[in-house]
Design a protein around this ligand. Structure first.
Ligand SMILES: C[C@@H]1N[C@@H](c2nc3ccccc3[nH]2)[C@H](O)[C@@H]1O
Length: 447
């Protein structure tokens, strides 16, 4: 190992109450909302093929045109209580909101910038009412904050000259001031979700990102900050130069998910997912594959089965309303969560051998293990293998409440028989798996 001043300061998962609460959420909602929703991926009759929130970087969008969009920001349909209700109905336990994306536009009236909602026809704070409405629904709020800030004159992607270094020094003070301001104005928030930390300018100052994280924790003990904030003094990100995770959870799973527990090394982690292939902010024309509720539910089950949280992204329109596809998906997912949420909330890695039919999720440290069956077998039989020294005590349909016909086919192997019917969503079975050798009801009496 190399000796590091600004690498990971802790190994192993946090076990404090704030982290336990975050870990038990399992399902979150991401909201990308800002000036980019005004063009919505189009400009001058042309369609931008990139991610809508990056339209300022498109050669067909003059910077001056983008930077004046704030004069049109006036979301008459913005109703944070409605947004929070919809998130509640979806079953989201926390929400991540873009306070400032790469364009530098602040959805709160920051006193450190002119480029905020205060300068728009809307004038009012967007973030405060949103935090209040979500908290009122019992949903925790995490603030997304981009370090990249295309609007700030002192931001640099790399430091080539002395002037760059002096300017970027001012920029880091600005960043620290804005983050303190956010914690002061919105003290109920549970964490920061940092983004835009891949530039040389940031990567080469591991000391600052380390001190910043410690500063924020001192202001707001228990704050949850993922691995995307920091770099160590050698420029390593997420994992320091000794391969140890920096931050409270692995925050690299963006539009992709781990396959097996080795991919996440039993760390806490979070996957963030777009509904279309790659649109975070509102884009008027979604192209490519739009994920269905069942696909998103399967991703959620996979995430919980590997001990991670799954966050589904929504991109509200410039007027503050949601597009129909997003409203429908939120309702469909919520429908499933109403019946099956017990298998997801507070769930984690079960330690059973993965089978083709889907995912095992263990409820905390109990004997209860849920099966989320996403691939219904033509045979109707679900194979379950229990670790040695453990035994299957019962198998019950979560929605039906009925026992699942089960036969033992080997020392620690069972076949569960699914009812022969059409399933139009993943089906959940609740297992009670006992440690120790007492015979389960399925153990055939050994002669
Ligand atoms: C959570 C997501 N992170 C931002 C982002 N920008 C990227 C540039 C290059 C590669 C990946 C990126 N993700 C996206 O704009 C969105 O906010």
């Amino acid at each position: 190992t190399v000796s590091l001043q600004h690498g990971a300061h802790r190994s192993g998962n946090r076990t404090d109450a704030d982290m336990e609460r975050w870990r038990s959420h399992r399902l979150g909602q991401f909201i990308h909302w800002g000036l980019y929703a005004i063009p919505g991926g189009e400009w001058n009759g042309k369609v931008y093929n990139g991610a809508a929130e990056w339209i300022r970087s498109w050669k067909e969008m003059p910077h001056e045109a983008y930077d004046n969009l704030y004069k049109q920001f006036n979301p008459a349909g913005y109703n944070p209580q409605q947004w929070a209700r919809q998130a509640k109905d979806m079953g989201a336990r926390y929400m991540i909101i873009t306070t400032k994306h790469h364009d530098g536009f602040c959805l709160w009236p920051s006193k450190y910038s002119k480029y905020t909602v205060a300068s728009t026809p809307w004038k009012k704070d967007i973030i405060g009412p949103m935090v209040e409405a979500y908290n009122k629904e019992g949903i925790d709020v995490v603030l997304y904050f981009s370090i990249i800030d295309w609007n700030h004159p002192d931001w640099r992607t790399s430091l080539k000259t002395k002037e760059d270094t002096v300017a970027y020094g001012r920029f880091k003070v600005f960043v620290k001031n804005q983050l303190k301001e956010l914690l002061t104005k919105y003290p109920t928030v549970k964490g920061f979700w940092f983004d835009g930390t891949w530039d040389e300018s940031w990567k080469t100052d591991g000391a600052f990102s380390d001190e910043l994280e410690q500063y924020l924790q001192s202001l707001h003990p228990g704050l949850i900050i993922g691995s995307r904030l920091r770099a160590d003094e050698k420029g390593a990100r997420h994992f320091d130069s000794n391969g140890r995770l920096m931050g409270d959870y692995e925050q690299g799973w963006e539009r992709k998910l781990p396959e097996k527990i080795e991919d996440v090394h039993h760390n806490d982690w979070e996957g963030v997912m777009t509904i279309p292939e790659n649109q975070w902010g509102y884009h008027a024309r979604w192209t490519g594959h739009i994920k269905t509720a069942n696909e998103l539910i399967e991703m959620l089950a996979r995430s919980a089965s590997l001990g991670g949280n799954f966050v589904i992204n929504f991109g509200p329109k410039a007027d503050g309303t949601y597009r129909a596809e997003e409203q429908q998906l939120a309702a469909q997912i919520g429908q499933w969560m109403k019946t099956n949420g017990a298998a997801i909330y507070g769930g984690g890695y079960a330690g059973l051998e993965k089978q083709d039919w889907g995912y095992y999720i263990r409820k905390g440290n109990t004997d209860t293990v849920y099966m989320v069956v996403c691939n219904i077998p033509v045979s109707g039989y679900l194979r379950v293998k229990i670790p040695p020294q453990q035994s299957l005590q019962s198998a019950t349909g979560l929605e039906s409440g009925q026992p699942i016909p089960t036969t033992q086919t080997g020392r620690n192997e069972y076949l569960l028989q699914l009812e022969n019917k059409k399933y139009d969503a993943p089906v959940v079975i609740q297992l009670e798996v006992k440690k120790g050798k007492e015979r389960g009801e399925f153990e055939k009496a050994r002669t």
